[in-house]
Ligand binder design. Structure first.
Ligand code: ATP
Ligand code: MG
Length: 444
């Protein structure tokens, strides 16, 4: 129908047939983060607009152009454009920073940015992110990189480069800003309007401008690495030493300044060239000043965000493995009311043991019921009619091999089914070697 309402531009539906891909990323990210000692945090979808102005920064693209802000009953709220600000706000508000440090949290959430939709750039996108608060040690920088890298590796991603840089602290930044102003001043009139303002307020943001003209002008701009103070230089050197200690390869890219204002010292991006222009699948860094800026004490912290949609694009492109989508374990095809009642009793028992058990909910005949069982990929089927009820047993059919065995329809049914199912799984495992997901203890 012409008048049907469509989803807004830049948003996506994840359909049941594809959701296993999301489950794969979620499961691997969650389990890996937990093995590094991170715990999940859940925060609101919207926050007071001020929070993002004060953290992400007033001269960033995100705040200037991309925020979804709504006014509700005189108060202004903004849909979170990223996860760090809300997470730090929650840590402060709930006193987590007074507990054992470092605090290590992870989250999976949707973010909202009003950007021009294209492959890998959406208006509602999803991130897996982590934040670690309390450590100023460069080993912490290497640790969060190891976490990101481990997740990407366990997902099976190849050809991802790690680019790192240091953008210093406010002390080195002051000198660097002067150098940038001197460099850009002669080109002031050619810059985009936003960058004209940035030149005055926050010249480093000029290097993050997406406009081709500003990019071209900025290509020989002074590099922050030449302006680092001794403390920041030492931190960067130790960070690189620990990366090497973990056997992690990296490329120092002095052009990375990151799109958000709160970063200090180490910044990094995991980049692929395989999905076009939006190749940054994970990005993050240290933000030692943010917690103080939001009203807390001086607590150094760092973190990263990983874009689910971009990771999916790369996994699809590279033919990575996903966890096998779960299908129906057993479908009961029933004839008559008494058989239906029996099936209802049996599925209840099976479901308590975690099996996906289904039966006819449409009042169909046997043939269409079996057709449906086929469509939903049932591993086993069982037909129950008057004969089966009378004899107290029915045939369990393996839909793949066509093999049938008889099971008693008594209180041992679930246990007997489980036995059969288990043997089938063992047989199929013999056929597969070196399953990618063996370490995750794949769900039944
Ligand atoms: P970009 O330069 O690509 O706009 P960014 O610096 O704005 O990235 P971050 O704020 O660091 O991105 O977000 C972390 C990660 O979230 C990115 O590396 C990317 O994987 C993902 N991401 C950011 N914006 C989008 C978007 N609009 N759509 C899909 N994924 C995104
Ligand atoms: Mg962006």
């Amino acid at each position: 129908m012409a008048n049907n309402i469509k989803r807004p531009n830049g948003t996506e539906d994840v359909l049941p047939k594809d959701v296993y891909k999301w489950h794969t990323i979620e499961k691997i990210a969650r389990e890996t983060a937990e093995s590094f000692g991170f715990s999940e945090i859940r925060i609101p979808t919207f926050e007071n607009t001020d929070l993002f102005m004060r953290s992400v920064g007033e001269t960033t693209d995100v705040v200037q152009k991309e925020m979804y802000t709504v006014k509700a009953k005189e108060t202004e709220f903004t849909l979170r454009p990223e996860g760090t600000a809300g997470t730090i706000r929650a840590m402060l508000q709930n006193g987590l920073l007074n507990e054992a440090l470092p605090q290590k949290v992870y989250y999976m959430l949707s973010c909202f940015r009003h950007e021009r939709p294209q492959a890998g750039r959406l208006r509602e996108f999803h991130q897996f992110g982590i934040e670690m608060a309390g450590s100023s040690a460069p080993s912490a920088d290497a640790e969060v990189i190891l976490l990101a890298k481990t997740i990407l590796e366990r997902l099976g991603l190849n050809n991802i480069e790690l680019h790192i840089n240091s953008i210093g602290c406010p002390t080195c930044r002051a000198k660097y800003h002067e150098a940038l102003r001197a460099y850009f001043e002669p080109h002031k009139e050619e810059l985009c309007d936003t960058c004209k303002e940035r030149l005055v307020k926050n010249p480093m943001r000029l290097l993050d401008c997406k406009s081709p003209i500003c990019k071209e002008i900025g290509k020989d701009a002074p590099l922050i690495l030449d302006y680092l103070c001794d403390g920041c230089k030492d931190h960067f050197d130790a960070f690189k030493k620990y990366l090497t200690g973990f056997g992690i390869e990296y490329i120092v890219d002095p052009k990375i300044v990151r799109g958000l204002d709160y970063y200090t010292k180490s910044v990094f991006e995991f980049i692929t060239t395989e999905i076009g222009a939006q190749g940054t699948v994970c990005a993050g860094g240290r933000y030692d000043g943010l917690i103080e800026q939001l009203g807390g004490q001086h607590v150094p912290a760092l973190g990263f965000g990983m874009g689910f949609e971009r990771i999916l694009l790369v996994m699809d492109k590279q033919g990575c493995d996903f966890l096998t989508p779960k299908t129906c374990d057993i479908y009961f095809a029933t004839m008559g009311e008494a058989a239906l009642l029996k099936a209802m009793e049996l599925v209840k028992g099976l479901r308590e043991f975690g099996y996906r058990a289904e039966y006819d909910l449409m009042g169909r005949g046997i043939k269409p019921q079996m057709k449906y069982a086929n469509k939903i990929g049932a591993v086993y089927t069982m037909v129950i009619g008057d004969d089966e009820l009378a004899s107290g047993k029915a045939k369990l059919k393996d839909m793949e091999s066509g093999k049938e065995i008889e099971l008693l329809l008594n209180d041992k049914f679930t246990a007997n089914f489980e036995n059969e199912y288990f043997n089938k799984m063992l047989d199929s495992m013999d056929d597969e070697t070196g399953s990618l997901f063996s370490f995750t203890g794949e769900d039944k």
